[in-house]
Design a protein around this ligand. Structure first.
Ligand code: FES
Length: 257
């Protein structure tokens, strides 16, 4: 089905021909679009929501990143077939779309669990316990970096600094913060995730599954962004100090006062 049929733009670049699209994952090796196709219902949902997203932008190709999240919301990751569908909808080449998918780590290229548990093992978190937490969770769950528990509930991975160093060591679950973790609290956290009893993050909204979060990131909010604790005192310490001293940031050049 062409993009024009869906009321979406159709350009020469959208025609990908019949050559099989092959994407490569360092762990899984090559995968083709035919190996893991989106279901007809999923394709239809992506097309319908894509039309809504594209209408928010001056040019269709600007909607590339939200559309990839739409695919991820359907499959739990962005498959080769998903790349092909997004390219077709936006009139891009599959190479252009694959370049974005492989650049950003929040796009997953293989199936993952309902909860992606990221342990920060960047320098500050690592020396304050992140390395020990990551090792303990690997042992506790019986999986390695990037792997998923057999029940499909938890994918474990180590992540780079998430700008939460003031609460190190930090564990992220589907990009929500769990601050000041210990080996014990991290074990309890994953146990509750696997039991279907997700705890509230230290900061941020209540946890959603990975596919639900992908739908939100695609531009379909759940209106819970302001629910739950916001930035903590440690993150705001500099701001508080500046207020007490009567300091403020200089005006932006060219900004009207
Ligand atoms: S080093 Fe872990 S959040 Fe910065």
């Amino acid at each position: 089905m062409s993009g024009a049929t869906d009321g979406l733009p159709s350009t020469p670049g959208a025609q990908q021909g019949s050559a099989p699209l092959v994407v490569f994952d360092p762990r899984l090796g090559p995968a083709t679009a035919a190996e893991d196709p989106l279901s007809p219902d999923a394709r239809q949902r992506v097309r319908e929501r894509a039309a809504e997203v594209i209408a928010r932008y001056p040019r269709p190709r600007s909607a590339l990143m939200p559309l990839l999240y739409l695919v991820q919301a359907e499959q739990g990751y962005v498959s080769a077939d998903g790349i092909r569908l997004v390219a077709e909808i936006l009139g891009l080449t599959t190479a252009e779309v694959a370049a974005v998918v492989t650049f950003y780590t929040m796009y997953r290229r293989r199936p993952c669990g309902a909860y992606v548990v990221g342990v920060c093992t960047n320098t500050l978190c690592a020396i304050l316990g992140g390395d020990a937490i990551f090792q303990a969770l690997q042992d506790h769950l019986g999986i390695g970096n990037g792997e998923t528990t057999e029940d499909g509930m938890v994918t474990l991975e180590h992540i780079e600094c998430n700008a939460a160093c003031d609460y190190a060591p930090v564990v992220m679950v589907n990009w929500e913060f769990f601050d000041n973790q210990t080996v014990e609290s991290a074990r309890e956290l994953v146990d509750r995730l696997r039991a279907g009893d997700p705890p509230m993050p230290t900061r941020g909204a209540p946890l959603k599954t990975h596919t639900e979060v992908s739908r939100i990131l695609a531009g379909f909010p759940d209106d819970l962004a302001d629910v739950g604790p916001s930035a903590g005192p440690a993150s705001l310490a500099g701001l508080e100090l500046a207020r007490r001293r009567g300091e403020s940031a200089p005006p932006r050049p060219g900004a009207s006062s």
